[in-house]
Write a protein that binds this ligand. Sequence first.
Ligand code: FES
Length: 252
Amino acid sequence: MSETPNAIDAITAPVSSPGEKFFPRFEVTPELVAKAQELVALYPEGKEQSAVLPIIHHVQEEFGYVSPEAMPWIAEMCKSTPIHVAGIVTFYPGIHRKCPGKFHFRVCRTIACALAGGEELLPYICSKMGVDPAEMTDEEPMVVSPDGLWSLEAVECLANCGFGPNVMVNDTLYSQVTRGKIDDIMAACKKELAAERKEAAAAKKEAAAARKEAKAAAAAAETAEEPAEAPAAKKPAAAKKAAPKKATPKKK
Ligand code: FES
């Protein structure tokens, strides 16, 4: 008999995404623990659960989304329960349970923006990203491009209704967006990625050079510490002279 997954299993089931290549995998590091403790310390004793949402935000900022492994850890840090954390993660549409693309587009689909042209923007953005709009469902509102660079989500009001259509890309809000503006935004994103890659390559090169230099310095220091080889001891000439001659047996 096949088992039906319970609600918590369904919520915390991992959903793979091509966007994962642009974000680090969730890992509990001393820095992450220190940040969580700092956030928990902002609340009075006994109210540690209040830090769940700030920690969720931090985790999403660092890792792109709140993975199934992150939820029990957040619960532990806030003296809460995994189901409480999962409840918060699923309640807010801005919290991702799936890794977004490097550049995440939220297109406002609420009436003011829809009437201002937002509705036509969605299929245009989909074609530019190479994603299928049919993949955006209520259960899975985010669609990620196969290369992981882009992701798209139709969202409710972005609170800038008088200047629609509004589109948010990562943390930047763009208003009165047109197709031309989408082209410019995407071109700027590609430029940003190229600059980041160039910077990362330069940093990698610099680190390799520093490692090589450190290795050479260590080898030089080792050579300098080695004691000079002692010269081969010469037999003292006197000793040679003093050596008793072998007695020549007298001829009888
Ligand atoms: S309707 Fe789009 S921002 Fe409010």
